[in-house]
Design a protein around this ligand. Structure first.
Ligand code: PRP
Length: 178
């Protein structure tokens, strides 16, 4: 497996430190308000596990699964819901937790969808953002790291459903997907 990566971008300790900082910001910003975390399957599973446990406050956790049509390494913006929320989010303060903001097409659609359900607020926390890949403008309230436009895997992020269980975030070597 190590030869599948051209470099390690973030070691686990670096990820956990940054997630701890983000958790402190979120605690401050949402003081006195209920907070509903919505994780987007499957990429956000590891992040939401660590992020929610870094928060020293009550939260609710819900999951959605969406599929962006388009194969391989590109998303298309045509999104369909594979698993919807189990609850009504009217008047709730929602924080969408995403592993990566790439083109922004998935989140753009998802934010429109969640806002139309009458949430009191909808904000975004993303661990990674690729500014060079943006196709639509999205302003996440919390960003872990800006990264170059390279194919990254690990810490929940996959290539062909592999590497999600890698503790670090690594750049996939081109020979793997060429
Ligand atoms: C990834 C990621 C985001 C989306 C970002 O999910 O988790 O949801 O792509 O891409 P975009 O900004 O270009 O829309 P993916 O559809 O690969 O599903 P997964 O989380 O199950 O891996």
């Amino acid at each position: 497996m190590p030869t599948d990566f051209s470099k390690i971008l973030f070691e686990e300790s670096v990820l956990l430190d940054r997630i701890g900082e983000l958790a402190k910001e979120v605690e401050r910003d949402y003081e006195g308000r209920d907070l509903l975390l919505i994780g987007v399957l499957k990429g956000a599973t590891i992040l939401l596990s660590d992020f929610s446990r870094a928060l020293r406050r009550h939260v609710n956790i819900e999951w959605m699964a969406v599929s962006s049509y388009g194969s391989g390494t590109k998303s298309s913006g045509v999104v369909r819901i594979l698993k919807d929320l189990d609850i009504d989010i009217t008047n709730r303060h929602v924080l969408v937790v995403e592993d990566i903001l790439d083109s922004g097409l998935t989140l753009s659609w998802l934010l429109g969808n969640l806002r139309s359900r009458g949430a009191a607020s909808v904000e975004v926390l993303t661990l990674l953002r690729k500014p060079e890949a943006a196709k639509v403008h999205i302003e996440p309230r919390y960003v872990g790291f800006d990264i170059p436009n390279e194919f990254v895997v690990g810490y929940g992020l996959d290539y062909a459903e592999r590497y999600r269980n890698l503790r670090e975030i690594a750049v996939l070597a081109p020979h793997v997907y060429a």
